[in-house]
Design a protein around this ligand. Structure first.
Ligand code: C5P
Length: 238
């Protein structure tokens, strides 16, 4: 397969066309950003780690029957995905209180939730990705009532699989953000990435943070944390 023209460059990835219809070539970058792009750094090896971790996670999800845009990992930095139109809604699932939920509701970080919580955010950099309700999603015509139901159900399914998957390797899945897209037939597919950039992952015993909070809060060496996650998932770091 041939890599075609650059279609889109985001904060963490570049998307290219290919010579095959509806298949895109994704290149993971070494850039780290936080706080809506206000904090930035180049971290050698981060792109490779996120590409490998995302690929492993999408493979696990596919084995569990959860369809996604993922086709295959091509190289350390690259993967092939099915082309979808991203729904501009970030879906966050939480199992343990942390981050913006702790701040917004005045709750203590680390409180285990009796029931997993689903939140929706409007994917709009200029507005700073505000939290929105299902009514807002409908009013803004971002998704239909039926699609919103699917986003919620699919997000909870992803959580169930990933929560168990991480538990087995001694990691607490605190929370995560996922995105969905529509394919040419209008089917909703899990898309984007699932990596320590988009999840909060704590060592189950020590509660050490093994995710992007290491960068956001200057807690130490980000690549070491991500390498540990890759190793726990059974991946190889070259
Ligand atoms: O900041 P907050 O607590 O709302 O983040 C919840 C989860 O969603 C975290 O795992 C965070 O890494 C992820 N997230 C993300 N991209 C965003 C916002 C949050 O991956 N734009």
């Amino acid at each position: 397969m041939e890599k075609g023209q650059l279609l889109y460059e985001g904060k963490a990835k570049r998307l290219y066309a290919t010579d095959e219809q509806d298949i895109l070539w994704v290149e993971y970058k070494d850039s780290a950003t936080a706080f809506n792009g206000e904090k930035k750094a180049e971290i050698t090896g981060k792109g490779m780690l996120n590409n490998k971790i995302t690929s492993l996670i999408f493979e696990k999800l596919q084995e569990a029957g959860i369809a996604s845009h993922f086709v295959e990992q091509l190289s350390d930095h690259e993967q092939l995905v099915r082309q979808v139109t991203i729904i501009p809604v970030e879906v966050v699932v939480r199992n343990i209180v942390a981050g913006s939920m702790a701040k917004r509701l005045g709750l203590e970080e680390g409180t285990v939730l009796k029931q997993s919580i689903v939140e929706f955010y409007y994917k709009d950099d200029a507005l700073g990705d505000p939290i929105i309700t299902e009514d807002h999603i409908e009013m803004l015509e971002l998704a239909s009532t039926e699609e919103i139901k699917q986003l919620r159900t699919k997000a909870l399914e992803v959580n169930e699989v990933l929560f168990g998957f991480f538990k087995e390797v001694g990691v607490d899945l605190v929370d995560f953000k996922i995105e969905f897209g529509r394919d040419n037939d209008g089917q909703i597919l899990l898309a984007d990435e699932i990596s320590p950039d988009t999840c909060r992952l704590w060592d189950a015993k020590t509660k050490q943070k093994l995710d992007k909070d290491v960068f956001r809060r200057d807690l130490g060496n980000l690549t070491q944390a991500y390498e540990l996650i890759l190793a726990k998932l059974g991946g190889q770091h070259s």
